[in-house]
Design a protein around this ligand. Structure first.
Ligand code: AMP
Ligand code: MG
Length: 519
């Protein structure tokens, strides 16, 4: 396997924990603790992303070598790797949770390419760290498959995200109580290598603010700007203000993308919010089948449904507010923080309007379109209509004779289709008139709409089918899904089944509509 260049700036430029042992503890005054991955019995590579391998600098022969599986299972290090777990805190479900940290993630190192492109390689499920609290630092195969596939699916959908290099079986079992209800079972263990320019989270800053450690907080802010936002220049105060504004902007864009494709993160705690505005920490996430702003995939969130689909824009703002509070001691003034929080709302509104207009095939969002969108959202919710199929089919309706028939496939219930038919036809008539005013040809309109409305998304039941097969030792569906999700906007003849709406069996099945943080 060829070597990579590592510079590991996080551990070289920031204060570390002097204590070398992995025992669980509160770590003060340090951004990380050095910790080695715990070796596993029998590493077996079961999936990898060719695009990410190329980004990092591996070719197929590297990936197929036994050293590769050993390194990405945590059994060996490449020269230059310096493993560590980061210290962070966070607000979970709206409450300050104190120190969290990488409890089951271990960064191996930051590799830098010739042009300066940086990729942090991080194992998830590689064993205990000082931040593992009561858990074991391991991950189960089902969650690892979900993280691996979704990271890549999101990237190909054009949504900012961490990436996934590979998925390795450990040959060991992990015991999990999937719904915390007294039914633990042994499951196959796995390790995912995820890849991102940075895994710094809002919570990395919050922990130092909560402890009144302004020195390290300031150091971390300036480090993050220098390493991860090198385009920002100017004197420190102006640069920091510009940085927070950028974080707000990127977060707004991220959430608009989630709303566009029907992604529900499920655990938008501040420790799961990337400072780069990427989707990170794929846990009990889910995809919208029937359009429902009130839906959350996470059973842990079922009570308050804080992280429901329609609440994501609001929660992102709340999370940015917590970050702003944490940054206040460094800024010493509330005004730039406050202005950027307002800027979040403006950017989100702009992005969201642009996105909605594009989904409907309009050049731009006009006065009056808001009503059209609201009515549509209400109808889609009430009539239980599949979001992905609906928008895809909408691109092909005849604007001169708009009718519900071509959209029928998107309905989950014939009864509801029948009872809402008149309202849908009324909406379609208004919509068609508005769309006609754009003056596009039918082909042009379809091409534009199909470029923002995916045909293929990683529906919960599809990931679950891949998991069921993998638990029986068949990894073929993981590879096939990865391949389908590479071109989510293209019609892929022969692969219609991957665009089908959720089958009945998946409606209430664990893993499909119900997930938990237990992974
Ligand atoms: P999450 O809800 O997955 O973002 O996790 C919240 C916190 O719990 C993070 O600090 C994780 O590192 C930690 N955690 C989750 N699962 C495990 C595990 N299996 N072992 C150790 N720590 C974990
Ligand atoms: Mg997390």
């Amino acid at each position: 396997m060829k070597s990579l260049a590592f510079d590991n700036r996080f551990v070289h430029e920031l204060p570390g924990d002097p204590e070398p042992s992995p025992h669980v503890r509160q770590v003060h005054g340090a951004c990380y603790s050095r910790v080695m991955p715990t070796p596993v019995r029998a590493p077996q590579l079961i999936a990898w992303s060719p695009e990410v391998a190329a980004l990092v600098g591996f070719d197929e022969a590297d990936v197929r070598s036994p050293e590769f599986a050993a390194v990405f299972a945590g059994n060996a290090l490449m020269p230059g790797m310096e493993p560590y777990a980061a210290c962070y805190g966070g607000h979970q479900f709206g409450n300050w949770a104190g120190q969290l940290g990488d409890g089951r993630a271990i960064t191996l190192g930051e590799t830098v390419k010739v042009g300066g492109e940086r990729w942090e390689l991080q194992l998830k499920g590689a064993g205990p760290t000082p931040y593992s609290r009561r858990a074991d630092g391991r991950a189960v195969l089902r969650s690892s498959i979900r993280e691996f596939l979704c990271s890549e699916a999101m990237h190909h959908l054009g949504v900012p995200t961490s990436r996934a290099l590979c998925l390795v079986l450990t040959g060991e079992e992990v015991v999990r109580d999937m719904f915390y209800d007294g039914h633990p079972r042994a499951e196959p263990g796995a390790v995912v290598c995820r890849v991102s320019p940075s895994f710094i989270r809002f919570g990395n800053f919050e922990i130092f603010a909560s402890r009144g450690d302004e020195a390290v907080l300031t150091q971390l802010v300036d480090f993050t700007i220098a390493r991860d936002f090198p385009e920002l220049a100017g004197p420190p105060e102006a640069r920091r203000a510009e940085w927070f504004r950028t974080v707000c902007e990127r977060t707004a864009r991220l959430i608009a993308h989630w709303m566009r494709v029907g992604f529900v993160h499920g655990v938008m705690n501040t420790d799961n919010m990337s400072i780069l505005g990427l989707t990170i920490d794929y846990g009990p996430y889910g995809w919208i089948d029937n359009f429902d702003p009130g839906w959350t995939p996470n059973t842990t969130d079922a009570g308050g449904r804080r992280y429901r689909f329609g609440n994501q824009p609001h929660i992102a703002h709340w999370n940015l507010l917590q970050l702003a509070n944490a940054l206040y001691p460094v800024f010493g003034a509330a005004e730039p923080l406050r202005a950027s929080l307002e800027h979040y709302a403006e950017v989100y509104d702009d992005e969201s309007s642009r996105m909605l207009a594009a989904k409907l095939g309009f050049e731009e969002f006009r006065d009056g379109d808001a009503g059209l969108v609201d009515t549509l959202h209400q109808l889609l919710t009430r009539a239980e209509v599949d979001m992905t199929i609906f928008f895809r089919k909408l691109a092909s309706i005849d604007l001169d004779a708009p009718a519900l028939d071509p959209l029928r496939e998107a309905f989950y219930s014939e009864e509801k289709a029948a009872s809402s038919e008149a309202e849908f036809e009324a909406w379609l008539a208004t919509y068609a008139a508005r769309a006609r005013s754009e003056g596009m040809t039918a082909d042009e309109r379809r091409a534009r709409m199909n470029a923002v409305n995916p045909r293929y998304v990683l529906r919960n039941y599809l990931a679950q089918e891949a998991i069921d097969a993998a638990e029986q030792g068949d990894y073929g569906l993981i590879a096939e899904l990865l391949d389908v999700m590479r071109r989510p906007y293209a019609d892929q003849p022969g692969r219609e089944r991957f665009a089908a709406k959720r089958p009945d069996w998946a409606r209430q099945r664990a893993g499909c509509s119900m997930l938990s943080c237990s992974s």
